[in-house]
Design a protein around this ligand. Structure first.
Ligand SMILES: [Zn+2]
Ligand SMILES: [Zn+2]
Length: 367
């Protein structure tokens, strides 16, 4: 029997609906690669209904795709599972439920778990059997995770109490069970814990630790500088401390990596400037190709040149007026402006410093 026209239309509508249901808009969240490494945008700390989160694991995956992420890990609590009357707690399930879809979307999925003993929490990534790690003793759980080859990090280090190198953390660290630390968790930067990064040679992590819904661009992230864009590449990079935390327009990382971000993101549109007598100055155009804003102040410039700091907003061009003194020597000047990038932090109280090479030709008839 042939399908009547109305039925055909219905079939087409159903087919279209099915296609639309899978269509998702992705924020490209552009962040440059750095020399030798791919820059991957990662969230290594998220919850679902399998512990105290409010969403099903597929929501986490869809949010990650929408927000332009490359890597995620669902890290439900090992023993804090307040929804167990409604949801059968199997900590391998969140990962399993989205494994195929993540592959289809091109998102790298890493199996993880969060442990807690009192207010001291840690995450373990790359675990192979999370259910075998369901202990409320931190050291027992971490030992098991490390045996499974995990990369582990100390979560929200100053949560509910003033941060210090707690005896439990010290024991874990001394046993080589702790590899990184959340410098950023959600909207909180743990500045008091920042010195531990260098002192203890820990990896820098930033995470959303989200429990509800994420509204869109702006969650705290870890940038991982990986040799290869796959789980093995992420793991190697984390153990090698090639990572940075990004939250609210601020990035904390190591100097060589943040320098790579600046150099990859900022293009001087007119590095060869000319200035004619009678004009008030020249106009420098700095283009930001990335989703990272860069705020700068000038720390070094020739005496005859002055300019103000500013913000090169994400994916925008900033026009910077250069004021040029009347007694500027005529001719071609190859100069390097010294800038401090005040939102790129390379250590406690230390910001990235960069050089901006320019050539400026000054007219001859300067009065
Ligand atoms: Zn926690
Ligand atoms: Zn958590």
């Amino acid at each position: 029997m042939r399908c009547p026209v109305t039925q055909k239309k219905l079939c087409l509508a159903i087919l279209l609906c099915a296609v639309v249901a899978f269509a998702q808009v992705r924020d490209p969240l552009p962040v440059p690669d750095i020399p030798g490494y791919r820059t991957l945008k990662c969230d290594f700390h998220m919850h679902t209904v399998f512990s105290d989160g409010e969403v099903w694991p597929t929501v986490r995956l869809n949010e990650a795709f929408r927000d332009g992420l490359d890597v995620i890990s669902i890290t439900d609590h090992a023993v804090y599972n307040p929804r167990q009357a409604d949801v059968k707690i199997d900590l391998a399930r969140p990962h399993e439920l989205i494994r195929v879809a993540a592959e289809r979307m091109g998102i790298i999925l890493i199996q993880g778990i969060e442990f807690g003993e009192g207010d001291i929490h840690a995450n373990a990534l790359f675990v192979t059997d999370p259910n075998s790690l369901r202990s409320n003793e931190l050291l027992v759980a971490l030992r098991g995770a490390v045996k499974q080859g995990a990369f582990t990090f100390w979560n929200h280090p100053g949560w509910r109490r003033k941060v210090e190198w707690f005896p439990l953390i010290a024991s874990a660290y001394d046993e080589k069970l702790l590899h990184g630390m959340e410098l950023v968790n959600g909207a909180t930067f743990y500045g008091d814990a920042y010195p531990y990064i260098e002192e203890k040679k820990l990896g820098i992590i930033g995470t959303s630790d989200v429990h509800g819904l994420i509204p869109g661009r702006g969650r705290a992230l870890t940038l991982v500088f990986a040799r290869t864009a796959d789980a093995a590449g992420v793991k190697e990079a984390l153990f090698a401390r090639r990572s940075a935390a990004w939250m609210g327009g601020e990035i904390w990382g190591f100097e060589e990596h943040l320098r790579g971000l600046w150099e990859g993101a900022i293009k001087v549109e007119n590095p060869d400037l000319t200035w004619h007598p009678g004009l008030p100055g020249a106009f420098l155009r700095l283009r930001n190709l990335s989703a990272i804003p860069f705020r700068f102040r000038v720390v070094d410039a020739p005496k005859w040149l002055s300019l103000s700091g500013g913000e090169i907003r994400e994916e925008k061009t900033l026009g910077v007026p250069l004021r040029i003194a009347k007694d500027t020597p005529p001719g071609m000047h190859s100069i390097e402006l010294g800038l401090e990038i005040t939102n790129l932090h390379v250590g406690p109280g230390q910001n990235l410093r960069v050089k901006l090479p320019l050539r400026l030709e000054a007219g001859k008839s300067i009065q």
